[in-house]
Design a protein around this ligand. Sequence first.
Ligand SMILES: [Fe+2]
Length: 183
Amino acid sequence: MREVTLTDLFLHPITQKFMQRSGVAHALEVTNHAFHLAFKYNVSVDMATKAALLHDIGHYEWYRQGKWDYELYRENDIHAIKGAERAHKLLIRLGENPRIAKQISVAILLHTDSYLPESDIKRSPLQKVVKLADEMDEEQGGNHHYKEIDKLTALKKIQKLDQLVDQYLPKQQLHLNTHEKTI
Ligand SMILES: [Fe+2]
């Protein structure tokens, strides 16, 4: 049984507040991609989906005269750092296993290269899954952040994903011995 579900995370006021900035529809698409990629990369569907759902909650609002200024954002953004910290705090507050909370947080930290000095990062399978899932939903000029979804539809999708995670996680755990081993 999981300590924290996607629904718990999604309904929390912190998530509701910060997910609006980067787009709930985008977060859900990425979570869905991460669920499927988790099998390919042999990582926990629980961690992959949680990291994906929360990956962009570190966004600031880069508005200039009422519109998101993408140039300003590219230049000054550190959303992966902020999101990693925010997600970790939220997960721990909700009672997540600290080892899992750390893995999720680091996967969020490394989901983009945009703020990093040039370097060759060797990502773990979980970190790769979150980055790839995000890139699968990326549109030019940051348009993926503007797609809309109403809250009830979003909640239904999250609940469906929770059911799928609950269904497949025990099978993964059997296969991989323990949840921790899937990190
Ligand atoms: Fe994203």
